[in-house]
Design a protein around this ligand. Structure first.
Ligand code: DGT
Ligand code: CA
Ligand code: CA
Ligand code: ZN
Length: 587
């Protein structure tokens, strides 16, 4: 273990001992020991332990020498494990609530029997906490608030939700007379599926009016930091946002730095250093010579000017790298070899497959969905309602599906919409891998999405074999939401993605990139390699209402993160090409 990992353990021991009401001197010994450790270098710590000199270090008492040594050499500490086991887990969880330290928790436990968040809420709700000595009404209200916000604060946020908050903020910033440029940075700009916090970079002539606007935005619940050139706020939802204001000549550098990712930045900085340059949020300057990077960047004679990020990449001998690719996964090497692939854009999409209507669990009718697709300028729309085994989603019986097919054919014939509607189904893959309709009916449809909606707890081998069996069915056109994950809500089921991808390629089955902001499944991390090997993607909104069609934007982000070009995505093709694809699948 490194010294900081050991220090973390010592600190935690201190907290747990306090929770148990141990002697305060003992508690302090651990806290002090942790601080002392942090100031020692790792190599030095190793040497001290080896030479048995740790006991001579000021602030590290006898009780700690053995524990640090054990942690350093084995990575474990029996004393710590026993201590943890001796405390109710509910008590430890209470430490996550703002304003509740070990002492207060101990009092709540002893006097009111509080031993979990649930019992804490109960004690607050009926006013028993306020009556305790040292607590009072105000503390009680604060604790309740803390419990309420804990979930929201501790969580990451869906990209979609974060973007909905960020877009008007960028527009608002750009509308301020003092602001020259404003952009969102961070994971949001990189299109990551979940976002920790928002980051905004602004070039402005004057700072105070900008931070004043930012901290007074509607929905801001708390201003968590306010400095000379930055501000941070927290919204009702728990989402936080950082704002940094820089001089215009630093804008491109700050935008690049705070877009990240950290891995990308580290690699790019190494590349700069190899060229005798130092890259930072302030600028690109010679690595050698007097002064800090910031001071050098403020000197026009030393800094490299870059009006935009392309200028930074060019100065380092690289083609432009789109933000979505900046994950430190080979993008710098690729940008050295030549221009990066032209990534798919939302406007490349000519239609979508896999959408629901009121016939199953959708919230808009066939006509409404088609009108919405037409309004988006799409040439085609696939309807894939649930199949009969998805009872809770009002899956269609054979009879209802045949009626829907007739209705769609009539709609196409009527010429009411410019958008052509494809007849399809989201057919359940039954637990044994068979499909939920018989072959004759499936063959009557334009296309078939096959998806898992049941028996999620199968082991990996069973689930993988089950899905492959469905992929091998001659009527399967595409596989829906491969892993079944729901971001921030539900883990994926056990499945061997590599084997599924192999089977899809071998059987010319498309795998969808489900664009629902909760799914984004198959994950972007798999796509680059899979598409290089010949897998065809479809960006499917899985829309259950008209507004859901717009989720394709989230899917396009994910596709871009997966290095996908429009050629690798079925629904960028023309209506005629897609018809040919569907017809040519051997049915
Ligand atoms: P998030 O907010 O957790 O979804 O992820 P990011 O990537 O937005 O991370 P955040 O908000 O902590 O910082 C924004 C960017 O700033 C990050 O992507 C890279 C840059 N950055 C922040 N801290 C560091 C650091 O310690 N080293 C380096 N190289 N870059 C950093
Ligand atoms: Ca962030
Ligand atoms: Ca941040
Ligand atoms: Zn589904």
């Amino acid at each position: 273990m490194t010294k900081n990992e050991i220090a973390d353990v010592l600190n935690e021991i201190g907290v747990l001992m306090e929770l148990k009401g141990e002697n305060p001197f003992k508690v302090r010994a651990y806290q002090n020991g942790a601080r002392v450790l942090e100031s020692i270098e790792d190599a030095e710590l190793g040497r001290l332990i080896e030479a048995d000199e740790l006991k001579g270090v000021k602030g590290i008492g006898e009780a700690l020498v053995q524990k640090i040594t054990e942690l350093h050499t084995t990575g474990r500490l029996e004393f710590f494990e026993k201590l943890k086991a001796s405390i109710a887990p509910g008590l430890v969880e209470l430490l996550q609530i703002p304003g509740l330290g070990p002492k207060k928790i101990k009092a709540l436990n002893e006097k009111l029997g509080v031993d979990s968040i649930a019992s804490l809420v109960a004690a607050c709700t009926d006013g028993r906490v306020a009556e305790l000595a040292g607590f009072g009404e105000k503390t009680q209200a604060k604790i309740l608030e803390g419990v309420k916000n804990r979930e929201a604060y501790g969580r990451r946020h869906l990209w979609w939700d974060a973007a909905e908050i960020a877009v008007p903020i960028v527009a608002g910033l750009r509308g301020l007379p003092q602001v020259e440029r404003a952009e969102a940075a961070g994971s949001l700009r990189r299109g990551l599926e979940t976002v920790g916090d928002l980051d905004f970079i602004v070039a402005a002539k004057e700072i105070a009016p900008v931070t004043a606007w930012f901290t007074a935005m509607p929905g801001v619940k708390e201003v968590t930091a306010l400095g000379e050139t930055k501000a941070s706020v927290r919204f009702e939802s728990g989402l936080q946002a950082d704002l940094r204001i820089v001089p215009a000549e630093q804008f491109a550098f700050a935008l690049h730095h705070f877009t990240g990712s950290k891995d990308h930045n580290v690699q790019l900085r190494q590349r700069a250093l190899a060229r005798g340059l130092s890259l930072s949020e302030w600028g690109l300057v010679p690595a050698e010579g007097e002064g800090t990077a910031k001071e050098k960047a403020e000197n026009p004679a030393l800094r490299t000017n870059a009006a935009d990020e392309a200028g930074i990449f060019a100065a380092l001998g690289l083609n432009f790298i789109p933000p979505e690719l900046r994950e430190g996964l080979g993008e710098i090497e690729a940008a050295e070899r030549g221009p990066l692939p032209k990534l798919v854009e939302a406007r490349d999409l000519r239609g979508v497959f896999h959408n629901h209507t009121t016939e199953s669990d959708g919230r808009n009718t066939l006509a409404e969905m088609t009108a919405a697709a037409e309004a988006l300028g799409w040439d085609y729309l696939g309807i894939a309602d649930h199949s009969k085994s998805s009872v809770q989603a009002r899956g269609l019986t054979e009879e209802r599906l045949r009626a829907q097919v007739a209705e769609i054919q009539a709609l196409n014939k009527s010429g009411r919409f410019k958008t052509h509607v494809f007849t399809g189904t989201e057919c359940d893959i039954l637990p044994d891998g068979r499909l939920d309709y018989d072959d004759a009916l499936l063959a009557e449809l334009d296309y078939v999405v096959v998806s898992v909606h049941s028996a999620f707890s199968q082991d990996e081998a069973t689930m993988t074999a089950r899905i492959i069996r469905a992929i091998e069915h001659p009527c399967a056109t595409m596989l829906g939401h491969l892993t079944g994950r729901l971001l921030l809500r539900r883990e994926s089921y056990q499945v061997n993605v590599g084997k599924i991808v192999d089977a899809a390629i071998a059987n010319r089955v498309v795998i969808e990139l489900n664009a629902s902001p909760w799914r984004l499944d198959l994950d972007w991390r798999h796509w680059r390699l899979a598409a290089e090997r010949g897998l065809v993607c479809a960006i499917n909104p899985d829309a259950h209402e008209t507004s859901g069609l717009e989720h394709v934007r989230a899917g396009v982000n994910a596709a871009r993160k997966g290095w996908l070009t429009k050629e690798q995505i079925l629904n960028t093709r023309s209506l005629a090409d897609v018809k040919a694809w569907m017809a040519g699948r051997g049915r």
